[in-house]
Ligand binder design. Structure first.
Ligand code: FAD
Ligand code: MLT
Ligand code: ZN
Length: 457
């Protein structure tokens, strides 16, 4: 039998796709910028089938591309153009194996949709805080493999912080089972964390033990308008002084970005009568007293840090505000293809980055449109640029932005990972010794380079 026939036999009828129409969404990255090819998409039912697929591919020297919801922003989950790489989707491995209320933990399979995990936690009176615009279709295996961030990192940390234990299949088919739901465990190296953010290049995640939290109760959502982007950092400082760690989300969005959402996404409208150049969308927990919130806002108005603020009166208003935020990626995609830059800098350098960034873009590509938004409370911005039509190549702009972020102590890749689109920048913006160690790890775990080759390094 050929390799493809062997693979079909492992997963069985109805658990593979070879028809080009069925394959199309699995070989095309979310924004439609990168298209690859594959002979087959495999949908294993359990870890033992993953093991058999990996062993079979390893024996044939065939590359495997693990795929979750394929919502990643760096073309990490799609195969290359060779037409030889096999795509392994975790979509059928989507069971919530157990929820332990007393231990504040749950065990889930890698293909669980993020929203289903949040719902299951809520049903058990617990809270799973990882939240992002793609939560209706991205999978926890993909979230862990990219170390996803989202809107609640300011309070709870990234996907990495939500992980207690992991089950992974290595490139030779070995199952590493570290599926312990422990908050303390110092027995040797913390192996599970090696796979977080490794984007399917070191192993295939098949299950995870996740941390749950007490229900934070109702949050209060506030949309604030600002005279300038730098005022966001000042506002965050004022809020932290009075509310401490009660800030669940703190997102910056430019007026241009919201206007793209209103233009392209149905039933979205900014609730302010008068527009401002920038906005912050923030959630705070009710534990923070109304007085403290009002005093902070008054202080911010007096210091001219904010123009205006609307506090959502109910869940419907809050949801409408968050819909505006979560529709940004869709609005941006509909407008056209922007150069995407997912950078982070220390908060103390954010104002300088914002000032120098705008000047840099104007000098390198005059007439560009800045599409800036993101998780400013974490020092992470999606600092995207729409070039004027006359510009065919944005390489200088990208290099300029990455260099500026690096100079200010930041990163050229904050939350989307590296994937295929940013792999060429890794040796430039990470130190030689860091890149060498990454290569050593890759070689040790995947000497034949069959797990997601061409991605990350
Ligand atoms: P995929 O895109 O399928 O895969 C991503 C990478 O992980 C690939 O390299 C793939 O090979 C690997 N992988 C997937 N599953 C496994 C597995 N089980 N084992 C090993 N490797 C695997 N990201 C953020 O961080 N924050 C945001 O706020 C955010 N918002 C978004 C909003 C929208 C509308 C969209 C479309 C995307 C957004 N993203 C965001 C990006 C994306 O949703 C995240 O990167 C997410 O974590 C990817 O999950 P996925 O299941 O779609 O993974
Ligand atoms: C977001 O914060 O909305 C995302 O990371 C997605 C994007 O950058 O488009
Ligand atoms: Zn983001």
């Amino acid at each position: 039998m050929t390799l493809i026939e062997d693979l079909k036999a492992i997963v069985g009828e109805n658990a593979y796709r070879t028809d080009p129409d069925d394959l199309l969404p699995h070989v095309t990255e979310w924004r439609g910028v990168v298209h690859g090819q594959t002979p087959i998409l495999l949908l294993p039912a359990d870890t033992s089938e993953v093991v058999r697929i990996v062993r079979c591919c390893a024996a044939a020297g065939t590359a495997i591309v693990p795929q979750g919801g394929n919502t990643g922003m760096c073309a990490g989950a799609v195969p290359d153009e060779s037409g030889t790489q096999v795509v392994l989707s975790l979509a059928r491995m989507n069971a919530i194996r157990s929820v332990d209320r007393d231990n504040y933990s749950m065990i889930v399979e890698a293909g669980c949709i993020l929203q289903n995990i949040q719902d299951a936690a809520r049903k058990a009176g617990r809270h799973f805080p990882l939240s992002l615009g793609a939560e209706g279709s991205c999978q926890i295996g993909g979230n862990l493999s990219t170390n996803a961030g989202g809107i609640n990192v300011i309070r709870y940390g990234t996907a990495r912080s939500q992980l207690l234990g992991l089950e992974v299949v290595l490139a030779d088919g070995t199952i590493v089972n570290s599926l312990r739901a422990l908050r303390k465990d110092t027995a040797g190296y913390d192996l599970k964390q090696l796979f977080v953010g490794s984007e399917g290049t070191l192993g295939i995640i098949t299950a995870a033990a996740l941390k749950l939290y007490p229900d934070p109760g109702e949050t209060r959502t506030m949309l604030v308008s600002l005279p300038s982007s730098g005022d966001a950092v000042k506002l965050l400082g004022l809020m932290r002084d009075s509310l401490g760690d009660k800030i669940e989300a703190f997102e910056l969005v430019s007026d241009f970005v919201f206007s793209l959402v209103e233009k392209h996404v149905a039933n979205t409208r900014l609730p302010f009568r008068q527009r401002s150049p920038w906005y912050v969308l923030t959630d705070v927990t009710p534990g923070s007293s109304t007085d403290a919130l009002e005093t902070t806002l008054q202080r911010a108005v007096d210091a001219r840090v904010i123009n205006d603020a609307i506090v959502a009166k109910n869940e419907t208003e809050s949801a409408a505000m968050w819909r505006l935020r979560h529709s940004i990626t869709e609005g941006e995609k509909a407008e056209g293809k922007a150069l995407k830059h997912d950078i982070s800098v220390p908060l103390s350098a954010m104002q300088e980055f914002l000032l120098r960034g705008e000047a840099l873009i104007e000098s390198l590509a005059p007439g560009s449109q800045l599409v800036a938004f993101g998780h400013v409370g974490d020092g992470n911005l999606h600092y995207n640029v729409m070039l004027p039509h006359s510009f065919k190549d944005g390489e200088a702009v990208t290099a300029g932005i990455y260099t500026l972020a690096t100079e200010l102590g930041g990163s050229f890749s904050a939350e989307h990972g590296v994937g295929r689109l940013k792999s060429k920048y890794l040796p430039q913006y990470r130190t030689e010794s860091e890149v060498a160690l990454m290569k050593t790890l890759k070689k040790a775990l995947d000497p034949a380079n069959i797990l997601n080759p061409g991605k990350v390094i």
